[in-house]
Design a protein around this ligand. Structure first.
Ligand code: SAM
Length: 372
């Protein structure tokens, strides 16, 4: 059982509920995502769709409006599965198949036109194995949509996770949530467009441990798919390719290589959503990646504050020549708060770090096109 399931089942929760009271707006937001991924509603219409780990199905409700032929949903968490059933109860046209179990135990007879897996793989320890089990289920010309999240894009969240661990040690879960919501609300308020409740966010990102597994880079995801899946799109939409289509490589590895290269060149753009920094040396990004990996491991190992600060100083140095002041000031503020003794009040009143969030999870879509 992975970290998500251990945590969700232990407390009988599914902390991925979204506020979709304004359903039209929700559809528009999802349309924005799919457009960036170059996957239009027609890609779903009258097609066989598989979604792995939909939680209560808040996003799946939009996918269903695109009128798939069949929609198969796999959700092992009991609370999430019950919510899913409930959300589809009144709208199911008889073409929805729900499997209440882990994807690893799902044995389909057929393949799918579109497979989606959102917010799940980065939190697993066996990421590559999980992805390799999905690939055979996708038809030729079929599409796969997944999310990645790594130590660079999640760095600021990992700092919050470290702070949370220090603050809530030995408390009961309800008290933990109360303290964390109180401490971090001023941070979450800076995120316009957030559709999850603050308590769900704190449960999922600050109390659960799956966030400490988030080391899945876009570059690695592309590498895993480069046998016969071409990169189709991404959100954020970070890739460019100026080649004349007749001069693009027709070999999938070489075609995807241009995208993999850009992942490294643009990795730092995932670090701080406030940054407008676009150009930076690849070597500096590789070094940043190494420090951020060291940082996530130190948080996992519950290292002493002094070690954590040492890594933060190295990251600051790495960023200093090319990032804006606000990023550096945010890290300085964290160091100051950790050195002077962390309190809920200090977290609440942070002036720079409160709005420091990386790009968190990225989406990437692939199209399977085997040799003709
Ligand atoms: C962080 S939630 C994301 C939920 C939803 N996809 C979203 O983006 O809002 C991860 C989901 O994956 C489900 N999950 C965990 N392990 C799984 C597995 N082995 N197979 C299928 N689903 C799994 C969890 O129960 C949970 O609902």
């Amino acid at each position: 059982m992975n970290e998500y399931l251990k945590f969700y089942e232990k407390y009988k929760i599914s902390p991925v509920v979204q506020n979709i009271e304004n359903f039209k707006e929700h559809i528009k937001r999802r349309n924005n995502l799919y457009r960036q991924l170059s996957v239009t509603p027609l890609a779903f219409e009258n097609k066989d769709i598989l979604e792995i780990g939909p939680g209560g199905g808040y996003n799946a409700l939009v996918t269903y409006t695109y009128e798939p032929k069949t929609y198969t949903l796999i959700e092992p968490n009991t609370t999430g599965f019950n919510e899913l059933k409930n959300n589809f109860k009144e709208i199911d046209k008889g073409n929805i198949y729900m499997f209440s179990g882990m994807f690893e135990d799902f044995k389909p007879n057929d393949k799918y036109d579109v497979v989606m897996c959102e917010g799940l793989i980065p939190g697993l320890t066996q990421k590559d194995e999980f992805i390799n089990m999905i690939k055979p289920l996708i038809r030729n010309d079929g599409i796969f949509i997944m999310t990645t999240a790594d130590h660079v894009s999640m760095f600021f969240e990992i700092i919050r996770k470290y702070m949370a661990d220090l603050l809530i040690k030995d408390l009961l879960i309800d008290e933990q949530v109360d303290i964390l919501v109180e401490s971090f609300s001023s941070h979450l308020e800076t995120l316009e467009g957030m559709t999850r409740s603050y308590s769900d966010w704190c449960l999922d990102n600050l109390i659960g441990d799956a966030v400490l597994e988030h080391t899945l880079t876009l570059q690695h995801a592309i590498e895993l798919f480069s046998d016969d899946f071409y990169v189709l799109g991404s959100s954020p939409d970070i890739f460019t390719n100026y080649a004349w289509y007749k001069e693009l490589p027709t070999n999938v590895k070489e075609y995807n290589h241009a995208y993999q290269k850009q992942c490294l060149e643009k990795w730092h753009t995932l670090f701080d959503r406030r940054s407008s920094q676009t150009e930076r040396a690849v070597e500096a990004n590789i070094e940043l990646g190494e420090y951020c990996l060291e940082f996530i491991q130190a948080v996992k190992d519950k290292d002493a504050v002094i070690n954590i600060i040492k890594i933060l100083e190295n990251i600051k140095l790495n960023l200093s020549s090319s990032f804006e002041d606000i990023t550096i000031l945010s890290i300085d503020e964290v160091i100051e708060v950790l050195q002077s003794g962390l309190t809920s009040e200090k977290i609440k009143n942070m002036r720079f770090f409160n709005s420091a969030f990386g790009r968190g999870q990225s989406y990437i879509s692939f199209i399977r096109q085997s040799d003709v």
